[in-house]
Design a protein around this ligand. Structure first.
Ligand code: ZN
Length: 504
């Protein structure tokens, strides 16, 4: 069928919007990695202008007219075609974007840039009270956003829809109650046997240069291309961004006295990076040249970080390579000691360092706090105390200061609400995807010890990455696994694996 001229016009518009967003992402990457501190204010202006122009372009009346006129063309094409998907996804985003007044977009962008600067100051002072006014401003703006976007049941639905299209706060609540019921008693049983795993081997002096080299090696081993299509740099908070499938950037942060932080951050971010590099090149200038959602993105990073990266097979492959970077620290230490050390379960303060079992309790705490704020049950003045109380309740520990408590995540400098849920959705959906890949590829895990990760990456390429942003997370999961989101496989995996390590 001939391409509708209106479709070509729409695609041109969208390509401009996509390119503007990519330049904004580049400015953001620079802000997090290279920019001198004093550049913050000007960078806030750069980002505000770029976001404003992209928003104005995307919400122009012509885009609305084109989308309206293309309804028949869209209906005449297969649902999964590039063209029908472009129109469908653009319409879904357009209908949300036109509700946001341009001045709100600018105020939000400025508040986020300023919030980032204030967050850094608060971290230096280890004092939440420094950050609180910025967070209050951001929260006020998020309330404005939920009001203009609208919602049927809960204001968090409007924000959740931005990271997980179609997902409702009610569904996230149901997921957390199922997890809470199993994970809280499991954690308590394991904490009682904490001494069963000694992780002293990964808590020695590991100089930065060796850690960067080891991180690069691990990232490349799982199939993230760092040679011509990717970069690895340092930032306060590890993250991944990309400007095309041929330019994906990951970052890490180093703790010279804990090997796991950077090593597994590199594998995690490289997992995101394989998704970015795996989106088909033909979608590069299209609104579909992206991942399906935050949760689907996390399914890829957590797959490589935990399911593969913390498996016995991967450790067999990785450990001799690590020993080359750190001969003095690892000499004479058996592989089994390393495998158990990287799988140690313990109550901890920092989410990004948390193990697979306690991780979702960290997320649940944030979700419960955000929901309480939106429900008017928690004042932001009391957030730090409420944070510490939840840590006592679920993990039995109290953060020594706000830096190890409420100030640890960058997320709240980018608005307030719902984005953390994506991590738990990622943990859960990644097990569903992995179990299906194991069924489809006989002997999949047998190759891990020899560094054979390509069959798994190719399965993810075909079943996840190839879709770009065409499908909602639910549609993608159903097509890839035949089932909706289901905590069962994740809980079965956690119980089985940690019974093997802790005997409980
Ligand atoms: Zn991630």
């Amino acid at each position: 069928m001939a391409v509708d001229p209106s479709y070509s016009r729409l695609a041109e518009f969208l390509a401009e919007v996509v390119n503007l967003r990519r330049v904004a992402a580049l400015a953001y990457w620079d802000q997090q990695t290279m920019m001198p501190k004093a550049g913050a204010e000007a960078r806030g202006n750069h980002l505000a202008v770029l976001n404003k122009i992209a928003h104005e372009k995307f919400t122009s009346p012509e885009v609305g007219r084109l989308l309206e006129g293309l309804r028949g063309y869209e209906a005449s094409l297969p649902y999964e075609s590039d063209e029908a998907s472009t129109v469908r996804v653009a319409r879904r985003e357009y209908e949300k974007a036109v509700k946001l007044p341009p001045d709100l977009v600018v105020r939000l962008s400025r508040a986020e840039s300023e919030g980032f600067g204030v967050w850094l100051q608060a971290r230096e002072a280890k004092d939440y009270r420094v950050f609180r006014p910025a967070l209050e401003r951001l929260y006020g703006l998020m309330r404005e956003v939920t009001d203009v976007l609208g919602y049927e049941e809960h204001p968090l639905d409007a924000l959740l829809d931005q990271s997980e299209p179609g997902m409702k706060a009610r569904e996230v609540e149901a997921l957390f109650s199922e997890l809470r019921e199993s994970l809280v008693p499991l954690c308590q049983a394991i904490f009682a046997r904490c001494g069963a795993v000694d992780d002293a081997v990964v808590r020695q002096e590991f100089p930065e240069a060796g850690q960067m080299a080891a991180g690069r090696e691990a990232a490349e081993a799982i199939g993230f291309d760092l040679t011509t299509r990717g970069r690895l740099d340092l930032s306060v908070h590890p993250f991944t961004t990309s400007f095309s499938p041929n330019d994906a950037r990951i970052t890490t942060k180093i703790d010279e006295r804990y090997l796991v932080t950077s090593l597994y951050a590199c594998i995690h971010e490289a997992g995101h990076g394989t998704y970015e590099q795996g989106v088909p090149a033909r979608l590069e200038q299209s609104i579909l040249g992206d991942g399906a959602s935050g949760g689907v993105h996390e399914s890829q990073s957590l797959l490589w970080e935990n399911v593969v990266g913390r498996s016995h097979g991967f450790c067999e492959f990785l450990y001799p390579r690590l020993a080359r970077h750190f001969p003095a620290q690892l000499a004479g230490v058996p592989l089994e000691t390393f495998y158990r050390a990287v799988n140690k379960v313990q109550p901890s303060f920092i989410r990004v360092d948390a193990d697979e079992v306690t991780y979702n309790l960290h997320v649940m705490i944030r979700w419960e706090l955000e929901k309480a704020v939106f429900d008017g049950k928690l004042d932001l003045r009391d957030l730090a105390e409420a944070w510490n109380a939840k840590f006592r309740d679920y993990l039995g520990i109290t953060p020594p200061d706000d830096l190890e408590g409420v100030l640890q995540d960058i997320h709240w400098t980018g608005g307030f609400g719902a984005s953390f849920a994506s991590y738990t959705i990622g943990h859960v959906s990644c097990q569903q995807l992995y179990q299906k890949a194991k069924q489809d590829i006989p002997g999949l895990e047998d190759g891990f010890g020899m560094g054979e990760f390509r069959p798994l990456l190719q399965w993810m390429n075909r079943n996840v990455h190839a879709w770009g942003a065409k499908l909602t997370p639910q549609e993608l999961l159903e097509r890839a696994t035949g089932r909706p989101l289901d905590a069962g496989p994740y809980l079965a995996y956690i119980r089985g694996k940690f019974k093997g390590i802790y005997g409980k």
